[in-house]
Design a protein around this ligand. Structure first.
Ligand code: ATP
Ligand code: MG
Length: 396
C-alpha cells in the first residue's frame, strides 16, 4: 500500500523514539479494498503524554486526550494518534465508563467493532490481522469481533455502523452478527438522534441502501416507528425509487419519505435532528415531486420554487417518475436560464406599485400577479408594459 509521506513521517518519529505505530481502521480497510482513503488513523503503544513528547516540533491538539487521542498536524494534515486501549465496562449501551491504556496491539484491536476495521499495517505496509479481517474483506463479510451480542449490547451504535458498512461496501453481514444485531435492535433507543441520523445518511449514500432497508426493516422501525405502517405496495415503490437514484443522502431521504407514503415527513426529519437546511431541501424536493415539467412555463414555475440544485431535483424526479425524459427536461430547464422567474428579476418594484396608489399587502399581491403573468407570457418583463398591465387589472 502507498502510505503518504506526511503519515510515514509521524510513524518514523514514534519508531525512532522506541514505540510501535500502526495504521488502523478505515484507512486500511479502504486501501485493502482499493477504495479512496479518507483519513489515516494511527495507533501506538506510546501513552498520550509520550506521544506529545515525541512531537514537540509539531503542532498538536489535545481534543481527545482523555480517550488517548492526540491530533498531530503533519504538513497541514491533522492525523489522529491514539494510544492502544481497552474500554472499561459500558454504562448506557453507548459509552464506556472509561478507557484503560494497554501496551498490546491485539488488545486494542479486540475493542474495535468489526474484523474489517481491526486490520493494521506498519510503516512498511506489513499487515497485522488478529481477527481475520482480510479474509472477511475477501468474502465481503461484516463480522463483529468477539461475541456479537455483547458487542452490540455495549454500544448500540455498532448496529447501525454494521448496516452502514453493509450498504456502502455492498458487504453482507455474517450470520451470527446479523442475528445478534436483530436481537439487540431495541438498544438503539439509547443512541442519540444525531448519531442515528449521521449513520442513516451514510447508509442512504451507500449502493446497497435499498437491500439493507428491506432486509433490516425491523431495525429501522425501532427509531422510525412510522415505517411499521408502510404496506408492501409502498415499500416496493420506495425500493424501486431508491434503486434508481444516485448516491446522494438527501435525494434518497426524500425518496424514502415520499415513496413510502409515511405521514408528516417534516416531523420525521425534525425527530431525527436533521439540520434546518437539510429539512428545507428534502421537503422542497418532496413538495415539487409532481410539478409539471412539459413546457417552458412549467420550468419557470419550477425555477421559482426550487430551493436546491436542479441536478438534485432531476435525480429525485427521475427516480419517482421513471418515465421522465431526463434529457428533455434538462434542456427545457436550460432554455429558461435567463427568464424572469422571481420577484428580483421583475422589471418593477414595490415603489412602482405604490405610485399607482396601492397600499399594504396588496403591493405584494400585485407583484406576485405580475410575476405570474410574466412567467406565463401574458405580459413582457418591461417596466412600462408591466405598469400598463397592472392598470388593466380588475383591482383598479
Ligand atoms: P469511516 O471513517 O469511513 O466512517 P472508520 O472505520 O474510519 O470508517 P471511524 O468512526 O472513523 O470509522 O472509526 C475509526 C475506527 O475506530 C474504526 O475503524 C473502528 O476500528 C473503531 N471504531 C469506531 N467506532 C467504533 C465503535 N462504536 N465501536 C468499536 N470500534 C469503533
Ligand atoms: Mg474514519
Amino acid at each position: 500500500m502507498d502510505i503518504p509521506s506526511y503519515v510515514t513521517e509521524l510513524m518514523d518519529v514514534l519508531e525512532e523514539n522506541g514505540y510501535e505505530c500502526f495504521i488502523v481502521g478505515g484507512a486500511l480497510r479502504s486501501a485493502l479494498l482499493s477504495l479512496p482513503v479518507k483519513d489515516y488513523d494511527l495507533t501506538t503503544n506510546a501513552l498520550p503524554e509520550e506521544i506529545k513528547h515525541c512531537f514537540t516540533d509539531y503542532k498538536t491538539i489535545d481534543t481527545g486526550i482523555q480517550h488517548g487521542t492526540v491530533t498531530v498536524l503533519s504538513h497541514h494534515h491533522p492525523i489522529e494518534i491514539t494510544t492502544y486501549r481497552v474500554d472499561a465496562p459500558y454504562e448506557d449501551h453507548r459509552h464506556p465508563s472509561g478507557v484503560i491504556f494497554t501496551r498490546a496491539l491485539k488488545e486494542d484491536c479486540a475493542r474495535r467493532d468489526f474484523t474489517i476495521n481491526a486490520v493494521c499495517a506498519d510503516r512498511n505496509g506489513r499487515i497485522m490481522d488478529f481477527f481475520g479481517g482480510r479474509e472477511d474483506m475477501k468474502n465481503r463479510k461484516i463480522r463483529a469481533i468477539g461475541y456479537p451480542e455483547k458487542r452490540f449490547d455495549e454500544d448500540a451504535l455498532r448496529i447501525l455502523r454494521a448496516l452502514r458498512f453493509a450498504s456502502v461496501l455492498t458487504f453482507t453481514i455474517e450470520t451470527e452478527t446479523d442475528l445478534a444485531l436483530r436481537r439487540k435492535k431495541d438498544t438503539l433507543a439509547y443512541v442519540s438522534a444525531e448519531r442515528i441520523s449521521a449513520e442513516l445518511k451514510g447508509l442512504l449514500e451507500g449502493r446497497n441502501r435499498a437491500a439493507v432497508l428491506v432486509s433490516y426493516r425491523e431495525v429501522f422501525e425501532v427509531f422510525l416507528p412510522q415505517l411499521k405502517d408502510v404496506d408492501e405496495v409502498h415499500m416496493e415503490k420506495m425500493i424501486s425509487a431508491l434503486s434508481l437514484a444516485p448516491q446522494d443522502a438527501s435525494v434518497n431521504m426524500a425518496l424514502f419519505l415520499s415513496e413510502s407514503g409515511m405521514s408528516d415527513p417534516e416531523q420525521i426529519l425534525k425527530d431525527l435532528k436533521y439540520s434546518n437546511a437539510d429539512i428545507r431541501m428534502i421537503m422542497n424536493l418532496i413538495e415539487l415531486r409532481d410539478m409539471p415539467c412539459k413546457t417552458k412555463i412549467d420550468m419557470r414555475r419550477l425555477r421559482n420554487r426550487l430551493q436546491c440544485p436542479f441536478d438534485m431535483y432531476l435525480a429525485y424526479r427521475c427516480a419517482c417518475h421513471s418515465n421522465t425524459d431526463k434529457e428533455k427536461v434538462s434542456s427545457l430547464y436550460e432554455e429558461t436560464a435567463n427568464d424572469c422567474t422571481s420577484l428580483k428579476d421583475l422589471a418593477i418594484r414595490g415603489n412602482d406599485v405604490t405610485a399607482l396608489g396601492i397600499k399594504g399587502p396588496q403591493i405584494g399581491q400585485c407583484l406576485e400577479a405580475a410575476l405570474d403573468a410574466v412567467m406565463e407570457d401574458r405580459v413582457i418583463n418591461e417596466h412600462d408594459a408591466l405598469l400598463a398591465w397592472l392598470k388593466d387589472q380588475s383591482i383598479f
